[in-house]
Write a protein that binds this ligand. Structure first.
Ligand code: PEP
Ligand code: MN
Length: 337
């Protein structure tokens, strides 16, 4: 049930509606927009008549939310969600770039990357310390040592840090070092992990599972939001199709579809989306043209020697070129980058 309050509704009128929803067994999530307060009632729902709420004082309108996700639905926050972390805003007019290696490998590597990506205008550094590798024999990441190295390098260059949390036991550690918790494609339906990150108040980068539908992605976001953590950034990182030339098929159309269905920001990951560094630039341009709020890309000082995902990792020169091209596309769609 979604109750939209009138412009200028009083605190008392809002509280009356909340009390009524609670007495009927709903959990109430409140979204305060510029004009209207929206109350999202999640719960027994469907036998309720919206008119019962529409006649209450201060109420503008009431709707049943028919989609299976409620809080992630565009109706909950028609104006869109702006996530603010320090000076960085995700979901606003500026397209945010998250860049860095697939894995943190050494102090020297991460310091070099931080300098390169900050100089080109990235605001957030990516880098995995816990890596979900397809093979147990592949490099698994440096763990806490990697997080320490990344935090120090990021701080030196005024960057935020996004890093993957693979399971709930790693959460306290990630909470200490990262500004954004990444939930990877393989964990998009790890419902226990989603609930745990939903209990925190750290922004979450939620990557689309490689066989997940858009609805499943939004339901995964709903798990996080139902815990009260509304700061979810979605990520299109390619899905598995019959095509084998690219590692995944970057589903560009998911970007405008998500923008229509949800208020959450969405970023494009053309690195995992294609698996090939020669295809990252065109897909970065396409994601921005399609309305992405940001990009997450893999960059390494020497990509051919990267310990993971080297083939899809940009060199410093390619990253510089990508940023120039993305700025031109951003301008064409009325944004900055
Ligand atoms: C990554 O960001 O390095 C990663 C493992 O991504 P994904 O979960 O999208 O495969
Ligand atoms: Mn990677």
């Amino acid at each position: 049930m979604l109750v939209v309050m009138q412009q200028g509704a009083t605190d008392e009128q809002i509280q009356n509606v909340i009390d009524r929803l609670v007495s009927l067994g709903f959990t109430v999530h409140r979204s305060t927009g510029v004009l209207h307060t929206v109350l999202g009632g999640v719960g027994p729902a469907d036998e309720m008549d919206p008119a019962d709420f529409e006649v209450m004082e201060g109420v503008k309108e009431c709707h049943r939310i028919v989609s299976p996700y409620k809080l992630a639905s565009r109706y909950f926050r028609p104006q869109g969600t702006l996530i603010k972390i320090g000076k960085v805003e995700i979901g606003g007019p500026h397209i945010v770039t998250m860049a860095g290696p697939c894995s943190v490998e050494s102090r020297d590597q991460i310091e070099k990357v931080a300098e390169i990506v900050a100089a080109q205008g990235a605001q957030i550094m990516r880098g995995g310390a816990f890596k979900p590798r397809s093979s147990p024999y592949s490099f698994q990441g440096l763990g806490e040592e990697g997080l320490k190295l990344m935090r120090a390098a990021a701080d030196r260059h005024g960057l935020l840090v996004v890093s993957e949390v693979m399971d709930h036991t790693q959460l306290p550690m990630l909470m200490t070092y990262a500004d954004i918790l990444q939930v990877g494609a393989r964990n998009m339906q790890n419902f226990n992990l989603l609930r745990e990150v939903g209990r925190t108040r750290k922004p979450v980068l939620l990557k689309r599972g490689n066989s997940a539908t858009i609805e499943e992605l939004l339901l995964a976001a709903e798990y996080i939001m139902s815990g009260g953590n509304y700061d979810v950034i979605l990520c299109e990182r390619g899905i598995r199709t019959f095509e084998t030339y690219t590692r995944n098929t970057m589903d560009i159309s998911a970007i405008p579809v998500v923008k229509k269905l949800s208020h959450l920001p969405i970023v494009g990951d053309p690195s995992h989306g294609t698996g090939r560094r020669d295809q990252v630039l065109p897909m970065a341009r396409a994601a921005v043209a399609a309305g992405a709020d940001g990009l997450i890309v893999e960059v390494h000082p020497d990509p051919d020697r990267a310990m993971s995902d080297g083939a899809q990792t940009l060199s410093p020169g390619q990253f510089t070129e990508m940023m120039q091209q993305v700025r031109a596309i951003a301008a064409a769609v009325g944004r900055t980058a």
